[in-house]
Design a protein around this ligand. Sequence first.
Ligand SMILES: [Zn+2]
Length: 121
Amino acid sequence: MNRDHLLRRHPRLFAGKALPRIDLVDDHGWLPILDRLFFALEAEFDDEALRDIEIVAAYSRNAELVIEERAQVRRMRNLCRLAEQDSARMCERCGADRAYLRRHSQLRTLCEHCAVQVVSR
Ligand SMILES: [Zn+2]
């Protein structure tokens, strides 16, 4: 899955809005977290409620996923925070479970396999 594919999967959420800036460099491991979040929002809220939320951006900061949103409803904000927490144990490079915080040239959340790949690159 890449960014464009992800955004195309959620036409209800993004109807009539600016598309979010998704800045996850070359790593696609966290896109499934966003995909699950977007499905959860679309499942939980009707079109009128969805109009009140805007996903502004998603990016990695200090090896954690940050989701910037504008939401009037507390439940929507909570779903975004829960999605961010998922990134603590998911490899930002490949999406594998059992990932940990690792300090290479920069702080990253990586699985065993990707940690070796990144070091040897
Ligand atoms: Zn990995």
